[in-house]
Design a protein around this ligand. Structure first.
Ligand SMILES: [Zn+2]
Length: 418
């Protein structure tokens, strides 16, 4: 069924929303009612105002998060979106904090990540409401204010007091449907150094979820350097790890050191976590290291299969470290997301996607983690099409009129059929 999209009103509201600076961590004063900054609370309020104009119920959860709800019924479908954005950065042709409409589409920070999709979902709800289609459920658009920090204080606050949707999807990633996201572990393994030369130093990597592309070392007065290739930490096979390359050269010089023992724990096999399921396989990215004559510590980004038990993985890591006289600290753990492909949620969304695009790309599992990890029975669905160049987090963030229109049809269908 094709419903009418009120594009003119959508454009006007999008312009209002984009002109509110809601950059995560840099959007004005923090206060009791605006704990994430004034701009984020203003943006949440602007969304709720549109919701009220449409005649929907709304609630602001203390400036962390807001929701807009339509319909009646026991069942509740959730749509999870966010209104905070990343920094504007340099290199823009168009003003970053204003929405510019051209013949092709919209430019501005947040047009596709994620203010635009959140607003489009609201317009889809309104169109369904106006069409008098009978829904047997409530539809709740949840608008978080803290997605981009990775901290998701918004969803944490939501979970404290609000009803969890029975099923939900999040238009904050890619099509077709992301039904699985691996579990994520951030681990630090460390130990005291006792047998390295006094001038020994080994450093590499800066960010735990990136494959390190540089590493340097000093030993016995000589300097060493290796270059690798950076890649996202969830796909270490796409990069070249400079730490591992350089360690291979250094280890023979200090075979009995703690450093050498630490470096023997850089593969899944060595930690006894070499596991996979039918869909996904464990990945390991040893990414940030500091070592000198006193101590050494190495941080890892580890993604385990969607059906695996995280506690067993953790146990094995700790045991492997212990056996080498080292200590392992798990400083971040996010459980996997897995909604079976034959579930109502995934099968309905895949067939809607296929119907509107003609593309029969199968639902996918990824290294993680999208906003969909917020709830059980939640998947990432859109809004980026597979062939679309990504401008999320980049200068001249863009959403084309054509893709907005297709997404409107997909969203209305998803809300009706789920
Ligand atoms: Zn986003």
């Amino acid at each position: 069924m094709k419903l009418t999209f009120d594009k003119e009103a959508f454009t006007k509201d999008l312009k209002t929303l984009i002109s509110i600076n809601s950059i995560n961590g840099n959007c004005g004063e923090k206060s009791e009612n605006a704990p994430l900054g004034k701009g984020i609370n203003d943006a949440i309020e602007a969304f709720l105002e549109i919701g009220r104009r449409f005649g929907f119920k709304t609630k602001n959860l203390g400036g962390y998060c807001g929701w807009i709800e339509m319909g009646e019924g026991e069942k509740m479908l959730g749509i999870i979106a966010h209104t905070d954005t990343v920094e504007t950065g340099d290199g823009w042709t168009y003003p970053a904090l204003r929405c510019t409409e051209t013949e092709d589409g919209y430019f501005g920070r947040g047009v596709i990540d994620d203010k635009g999709p959140a607003l489009l979902a609201l317009y889809a709800m309104k169109a369904i409401c106006d069409s008098k289609i009978n829904l047997d459920k409530r539809v709740r658009l949840i608008i978080g204010g803290d997605e981009e920090s990775g901290g998701c204080k918004c969803i944490a606050r939501y979970k404290e007091t609000e009803e969890i949707p029975s099923i939900s999807f999040s238009p904050d990633a890619d099509y077709p449907v992301v039904f699985g996201e691996k579990g994520l572990l951030r681990v630090k393994i460390s130990g005291k150094e006792t047998s390295a030369p006094s001038d020994f130093k080994f450093e590499g990597g800066t960010v735990v979820n990136i494959v390190p592309d540089e590493a340097r070392a000093i030993i016995d007065g000589k300097e060493y350097f290796e270059k690798g290739k950076a890649a996202h930490g969830s796909l270490p096979e796409n990069g070249e790890n400079a730490i591992l390359k350089l360690a291979e050269k250094i280890i023979p010089m200090i075979k009995d050191s703690t450093f050498a023992r630490l470096m023997s724990l850089t593969t899944a096999q060595s930690m006894n976590i070499d596991i996979k399921d039918e869909i996904t396989v464990l990945s390991i990215n040893p990414s940030v290291i500091y070592a000198d004559s006193q101590k050494c510590e190495l941080s890892y980004d580890i993604r385990y299969p969607i059906t695996a038990d995280g506690e067993t993985v953790i146990e094995n890591i700790k045991k492997a470290a212990q056996e080498k006289g080292l200590a392992a600290e798990i400083y971040f753990h996010e459980k996997p997301l897995y909604v079976p492909t034959d579930s109502h949620l995934v099968s309905t969304l895949s067939s809607i996607y296929k119907e509107h695009t003609g593309d029969d790309t199968m639902p996918m599992a990824i290294g993680g983690g999208t906003y969909a990890k917020s709830f059980k029975n939640c998947v990432a669905f859109g809004v980026m099409f597979p062939d679309q160049p990504s401008t999320m987090h980049a200068p001249d963030e863009f959403w084309s009129h054509k893709d907005v229109a297709t997404n409107f049809d997909i969203l209305t269908d998803a809300i009706i059929k789920l």
